[in-house]
Design a protein around this ligand. Sequence first.
Ligand code: ZN
Length: 147
Amino acid sequence: MAGLNHVVALTKNLKDLDIKMNEATLKGQLIDLHLAVVELKGSVLELKNENLEKEMKITELQAQLNQKVDMSWEDPFYFKKSADGKKDGPFCQQCYDSKSTIVRLPKPDSDNPWYTCKTCTSSYNNPNYSPSSHNRTCDMRYDPLDY
Ligand SMILES: [Zn+2]
């Protein structure tokens, strides 16, 4: 770090000061030292910020890595394995594959065969949908022999 080397050089100069050095030269040396310390302080703050940014990036990457490990694919959905081993979901395949975003799919009505993502509007067929229960409701209102 250039700022640190500058401060060390200046303090070495002060240590070797001739006791007979005039006041103006001494003040000049102290001003140089003060400016070098201020510059060094700026460098330290810059490094602290860089370090903080890197720590945040590491945290973000670890979170992404954990998501990758915990997600499982069961066509047409993704499911997440929670800490207690339970299966959570379903989640949108389109959002996860394109943006690594986990978006929960709201449960469709019993008479609706589709799960629809509210973020990307992708629709997925509901594997639990039973057309017979839907048709039975219709059959009750329609009798082909009744003219
Ligand atoms: Zn989506």
